[in-house]
Write a protein that binds this ligand. Structure first.
Ligand SMILES: [Fe+2]
Length: 375
């Protein structure tokens, strides 16, 4: 079925998109008719509220950490219930945007987070939702999924619903100028991984392949530039678009083994999502190469790695791509112990919703070998 148009897919996208330098200022006009505005942010991104040109009553909740857990979500929900918003604005990276989706849908209803876990469980949404991205990586602003960490179970609660789509999304490169080089690199590779894993996916679809190609191409052209010079507007804008396209890829196709193998690194080693994916990305690309050779060749070309891959082999070339961006690629340097790798492998192998999307089957031993190679 790979590549066939015969499969029906559903594509959700924000109703309106504003892209470009200082696009954030356009939110004020769009939001002019709303009277109670609730902004979700981090202590850092809260500093951008003044750029949104908002009128009306604005309440701010800025206590969202890197990886949002249930307690963070509950606190944000509580604050929203006091503010009684008619518009919720997510102003931040994927964590903030994911929480904003759920707060907008759930603050005035009866459903709990556990009620809505899984696909299509959210009953509806009465509150408008604006998503303003301040990083280029997750593409959360483009989509209908939200991931909240359950610290007790050590896994993620995944909510997916058309009611989580934004009424307006804003991609303003100026808001990403201050993202540090290391985070720019890791999150940029994550955006690329969304495109690559959808592109080589068992459920790949020609429509999504188009977005994936555009995203990978933008990463090849702009990621190194954005890492080198954070205020390179063109490069930053290119990466925001790559991230948005990656977000579209996540909808109807989603990721595969790369993200499955990255998850234990996030939950067990507390590595940021982007970094975990950057470490794993080259290994899964190389592992899948024999069954996805034409598409892998396209990826390699788009990233400018042709000559290097011929010289050093695909794995080394792709690891070099990430390392050249400043990513520390060895798990041992991120406090992993060798005796943890088998446990990680069992755990990643069990994430069937993603592993089953991979074009080449992976046994627990295969997964363990990848962690070992990355160690
Ligand atoms: Fe990701």
């Amino acid at each position: 079925m790979t590549g066939s148009m015969a499969r029906i897919i559903t594509l959700h996208q924000p109703r309106r998109l504003e892209i470009g330098e200082n696009a954030a200022a356009r939110l004020g006009d769009w939001a002019a008719d709303f009277s109670r505005i609730f902004v979700l942010a981090t202590p850092h991104t809260a500093g951008f509220v003044g750029k949104l040109g908002l009128k009306g009553t604005v309440s701010l909740f800025d206590a969202i950490p890197g990886e949002p857990d249930i307690a963070t979500f509950e606190a944000a929900l509580e604050a929203a219930r006091k503010a009684r918003p008619d518009l919720v604005i997510g102003l931040g990276g994927g964590s903030v945007l994911d929480v904003a989706k759920l707060v907008a849908a759930l603050w005035d209803g009866e459903q709990t987070l556990f009620d809505v876990a899984g696909p299509n469980k959210v009953a509806g949404r009465r509150t408008a939702l604006a998503q303003v991205a301040t990083t280029a990586g997750t593409g959360s602003e483009a989509g209908i999924r939200s991931l909240i960490t359950d610290p007790e179970k050590g896994n993620k609660i995944a909510v997916e619903s058309p009611y989580l789509i934004a009424d307006i999304a804003i991609l303003d490169p100026v808001l990403t100028y201050t993202v540090p080089p290391a985070v720019t690199a890791a999150t940029g590779i994550d955006a690329m991984a969304h495109c690559v894993e959808a592109f080589t996916n068992i459920k790949a679809h020609p429509v999504i392949d188009g977005y994936a190609r555009m995203g990978i191409d933008l990463v090849g052209r702009y990621l190194a530039r954005a890492v080198r010079d954070g205020a390179d507007t063109e490069a930053r804008e290119g990466m925001m678009l790559a991230s948005f396209y990656g977000g579209i890829c996540l909808g109807p196709v989603n990721t595969a083994a790369g993200h499955a193998l990255a998850y234990p690194l996030g939950t067990r080693l507390s590595l940021p999502h982007g970094l975990a994916n950057a470490i794993i990305f080259p290994h899964v690309l190389a592992y899948n190469q024999p069954v996805a050779s034409a598409k892998t060749a396209e990826i390699v070309a788009a990233l400018g790695l042709d000559a290097r891959a011929k010289d050093e082999g695909l794995l080394k070339a792709a690891c070099g791509f990430c390392a050249d961006l400043g990513v520390e690629m060895r798990l041992s340097a991120h406090k992993a112990r060798e005796d943890q790798l088998s446990g990680f492998a069992e755990e990643a192998h069990a994430i069937r919703r993603l592993m089953d999307n991979n074009p080449r089957d992976m046994s627990v031993a295969d997964v363990r070998a990848i962690y070992q190679a990355a160690y």
